[in-house]
Design a protein around this ligand. Structure first.
Ligand SMILES: Cc1cc2nc3c(=O)[nH]c(=O)nc-3n(C[C@H](O)[C@H](O)[C@H](O)COP(=O)(O)O)c2cc1C
Length: 188
């Protein structure tokens, strides 16, 4: 398995990206937008991107460093995941704008036909968000909403976070047992 670029942008739900970073460990090149830094610190008990990479062994890249490896078309990068993904970043991608390392890495993933997964969170969605997501989906981007299912009867916030993270890992082809798999017998 090669490296993956994990972008944490400024939508609410930084905990999903943090959990993903913890699981993927040193395989991650982490890019955090300015707003992503704010939400992470606010929502995750003062956590900073620097403290996160210290814990996980990931490499932290500077979102202003447009020449960093995450944006390379020739480096062996398996996938780019934007988790959580803000409506702003979705709009930029739908318009082909790669004005920072986060958006540029995602645009490079599209042009190189790499896996690109976005995990949007907004409520409600504006029509522009929905149209942009439909556009991205039509271009091969995987859209996994930050909407945990409740059919596994979650008990804790960690259960809810792991539900979404498990679906992301599935789409990265990373084996995981974060949640129970639906067997078909549950309702019988
Ligand atoms: C506390 C907080 C929560 C936010 N939650 C969301 C959100 O859930 N979804 C969203 O699209 N934007 C949200 N925003 C707004 C984005 O951070 C803002 O649009 C920003 O420009 C996104 O930039 P980025 O995509 O470069 O991170 C939030 C902002 C703050 C301060």
């Amino acid at each position: 398995m090669g490296e993956v670029v994990l972008v944490i942008s400024g939508a609410s739900g930084a905990a999903y990206g943090v959990r993903l970073a913890e699981i993927l460990g040193k395989d991650v090149r982490l890019v955090v937008t300015d707003s992503g830094r704010l939400t992470m610190t606010h929502e995750c008990d003062g956590l900073t991107p620097e403290a996160l990479v210290e814990k996980t062994g990931a490499i932290l890249e500077n979102n202003k460093d447009i020449g960093a490896k995450s944006a390379s078309g020739s480096a062996p990068i398996d996938a780019v995941i934007i988790c959580p993904c803000s409506g702003t970043t979705i709009g930029k991608l739908a318009a082909g704008i790669g004005d920072n390392l986060a958006t540029r890495s995602a645009i490079v993933a599209m042009k190189e036909r790499r896996k690109l997964i976005i995990v949007p969170r907004e409520a409600p969605y504006a029509t522009v968000h929905l149209e942009n997501m439909a556009k991205l989906s039509g271009w091969g981007v995987t859209v996994i909403p930050a909407s945990p299912g409740f059919y596994n009867l979650p008990k804790t916030m960690d259960d809810l976070i792991d539900f979404v993270v498990s679906r992301i890992l599935d789409h990265l082809d990373r084996e995981n047992n974060l949640t129970k798999r639906w067997t078909g017998d549950e309702l019988k």
